[in-house]
Design a protein around this ligand. Structure first.
Ligand code: GRF
Length: 191
């Protein structure tokens, strides 16, 4: 299966996906990394893997449909069948959604519907909850609202700081995302 990863930041989840592809745990090829931040570390990571990268600056376009049309053209040119969001800090718009309906997944660092939106880890930490976690879901037009595919809990213990909580969550993400994507792609292929 040909996939594309969308990211805006560090890209540690994209790195985990590259590793899973390399070891055969994820039966896919990452055809393209799409990034909306010129300085993002994910760009270096994709370069190091020799992967094609499409970097864009939203401000250079009149509106969201204009840059999404360009992204769709890049995806279709490479035969991309699934889109994997991994820290892509933009709402997916109508153009991408209509071309890839039901074929876009996202990972979010909380047990949705708790703590949607930005800084979910900080929200959970400041909120004093004892359990948070990771959610993987299909993307719809809302912010972190689509159908949930998988979740895993992470316990917040007394000795944790926001940083150690983030590390614990990312550890779960890096293991869970490739595994769940692999299962999801297989199920979808059988429908
Ligand atoms: C992850 O925690 C993911 O759940 C959220 O954004 C973060 C991206 O981290 N959507 P990274 O760029 O993969 O390191």
């Amino acid at each position: 299966m040909k996939i594309a990863c969308f990211a805006s930041g560090s890209g540690s989840n994209v790195e985990a996906l590259f590793e899973a592809v390399e070891t055969g745990r994820l039966q896919a090829t990452i055809e393209l990394v799409v990034c909306d931040q010129k300085q993002a570390k994910v760009i270096e990571r994709a370069q190091a893997r020799g992967c094609d990268i499409f970097v864009f600056t939203a401000k250079d376009y009149p509106d969201k449909p204009s840059f999404e049309r360009e992204i769709v053209a890049e995806l279709e040119r490479r035969g991309v069948e699934r889109i994997i969001l991994a820290g892509y800090m933009r709402l997916i718009g109508d153009v991408l959604l209509s071309h890839y309906a039901g074929r876009i997944v996202n990972i979010h660092p909380s047990l949705l519907p708790a703590f949607p939106g930005k800084d979910a880890i900080g929200q959970a930490f400041r909120g004093g909850v004892k359990i948070t976690g990771v959610t993987i879901h299909i993307v719809d037009e809302g912010m972190d609202t689509g159908p949930i595919i998988a979740q895993e809990a992470v316990r917040i213990t007394e000795d944790m700081t926001r940083e150690t909580l983030q590390q614990a969550i990312q550890q779960v993400e890096h293991r869970l995302y490739p595994q769940v994507i692999e299962e999801w792609m297989k199920e979808e292929a059988n429908v």
